[in-house]
Design a protein around this ligand. Structure first.
Ligand code: PGA
Length: 242
């Protein structure tokens, strides 16, 4: 199984998000109702849309109505449960709406001061409500983050997906080399002491996606900028060819 995650970040109005989904789902094979129509989205490829909170309900409705082969992810979750936390979205609110949540993205570390401990608390909230965390890590904080996660989650990290996202590669057009990403993926698996799926993220496009996906230790990709246009995203799906 390989993963393809589209991380839209803080982009798109709801109308634009819906249009993207309608355009992308025209690709043969993306509708579950016609599994033989094409092989773009086989059971070997899980496509996950990480959209802003406000888009999730509308997208879910379209996905269910048209039986589309997309899963949904939130881009963040509160570290708190229900309560007096103005502006927060608790994991319990997301239960049933998304299957995944991105946590610890470097943009949240950089712009919102998220620490290893805070990320670990968010992971715990997600797991308490059966939402699978996609935990972003990078070299400078790889070991410390994994250690903190272990402490907060009683050493069990079996339900995680990790995304190795080198800071220098995010949004720069300068991806890591597939070989180095492969090595880092192995390092993360070793540090976490189990075989979590590891995704690579950072300037992935339709031109380089295949080289990353084909690496032995890499189980998928997380795509930011190149996921924003439906046409471009379709090219990425087609380039993966599994
Ligand atoms: P990018 O973003 O593909 O635009 O580099 C990746 C990410 O931040 O998840």
């Amino acid at each position: 199984m390989k993963y393809l995650v589209a991380n839209w970040k803080a982009n798109k109005t709801t109308a634009e998000a819906i249009k993207w989904l309608q355009q992308s789902s025209k690709l043969p094979g993306l509708a579950k109702a016609k599994p033989r129509a094409g092989k773009a989205q086989s059971s070997k490829l899980k496509i996950i849309l990480a959209a802003a909170f406000i888009h999730l309900s509308s997208l879910k409705e379209i996905i269910e109505k048209n039986k589309l082969n997309f899963c949904l992810a939130a881009q963040d979750v509160s570290l708190f449960p229900f309560g007096a936390y103005t502006g927060e979205v608790a994991a319990e609110m997301l239960k049933g709406l998304v299957d995944y949540v991105i946590v610890g993205h470097s943009e949240r570390r950089r712009y919102f001061g998220e620490t290893d401990e805070l990320v670990a608390k968010k992971i715990k909230q997600a797991l308490d409500f059966q939402i699978m965390p996609i935990v972003c890590v990078d070299e400078p904080y790889l070991e410390s983050q994994i250690k903190t996660m272990e402490q907060w989650n009683n050493g069990t990290m079996e339900q995680f997906i990790f995304a190795y996202e080198p800071l220098r590669a995010i949004g720069t057009g300068k991806p890591d080399t597939p070989e180095n990403a492969n090595q880092l993926a192995r390092q993360i698996k070793d540090a976490a002491k189990f075989n979590a799926p590891i995704l690579y993220g950072g300037s992935v496009t339709n031109k380089n996606v295949k080289a990353f996906i084909d690496q032995e230790e890499i189980d998928g990709v997380l795509v930011g900028g190149a996921s924003l246009e439906a046409k471009e995203f379709i090219k990425i799906i087609q380039a993966i060819q599994i």
